[in-house]
Write a protein that binds this ligand. Structure first.
Ligand code: CMP
Length: 219
């Protein structure tokens, strides 16, 4: 719990108390932690692994709102507003979580009110991301959204190589599809167009090489 940003202002003794108040649980890849509209009674912290926060429809289509990693928390909304789960949460890989019950969560924030400010700041950041997502869904087509995502990855992870700008942990075509709200086939078609017009050098598995000067990535 020492490495969890939410708890980084707590002393060792306080962390020990927290540790005794919760439990650790591990889940396999693809395990659904909860579905949207489930009753919510637990607050979660990611210890290892990754969790996607996602909207699923009945046909199995999904749009991933956020990918949570080590140290991130989720599940606070239902515990604060007494509504059902706002979205679904699924393990992207084998994942270990630290769990607090509803009562423990409320005790936690009344004993350490500083935690509320941190939770609130994180909710602000998530709302900003969600607003950006609404903006791109409303104003950009699938192609524009894919290009925006590649540009974002280029800024966050891009490394200069002889062949161009390399992104070594890019999402697969299927993962891009669920991030931009399109089918896998459409994304594969868009990637091909980007290759044909020389924006992309290659897209193999998770390794993408973009042309160095394709800043605008225009088609
Ligand atoms: P809760 O509604 O209890 O269960 C789903 C959780 O996903 C929610 O609490 C938040 O912790 C988290 N969540 C909901 N919407 C988003 C979002 N847009 N971005 C990141 N996390 C979210």
């Amino acid at each position: 719990l020492k490495n969890v940003p939410l708890f980084n202002s707590l002393a060792n003794e306080q962390l020990k108390t927290l540790f005794r108040a919760g439990i650790t649980k591990s889940f396999p890849k693809d395990h659904v932690i909860f579905y949207q509209h489930d009753h919510g009674d637990t607050f979660y912290i990611v210890i290892t692994g990754k969790v996607k926060i996602t909207l699923l429809n009945e046909d199995g289509k999904e749009i991933v709102l956020s990918l949570l990693k080590e140290g991130d928390f989720f599940g606070e909304m239902s515990l604060m507003d007494d509504e059902t789960r706002s979205v679904s949460a699924v393990c992207v890989e084998n994942t270990t979580l630290f769990l607090f019950t509803r009562n423990q969560f409320h005790k936690l924030i009344s004993n350490y009110p500083g935690l509320l400010t941190k939770i609130f700041t994180e909710i602000c950041s998530r709302l900003r991301h969600a607003n950006k997502k609404i903006e791109s869904l409303a104003f950009l087509d699938v192609c524009g959204r894919t290009i925006q995502l590649l540009q974002q990855l280029k800024l966050e992870q891009g490394e200069k190589t002889n062949a161009g700008i390399e992104i070594s942990h890019a999402p697969t075509h299927k993962e891009i599809a669920s991030m931009v709200g399109a089918s896998r086939e459409t994304i594969t078609r868009i990637i091909k167009v980007l290759k044909d017009n020389n924006t992309l050098v290659s897209y193999k598995g998770r390794k993408v090489i973009l042309r160095e000067h394709a800043n605008n990535l225009l088609i």
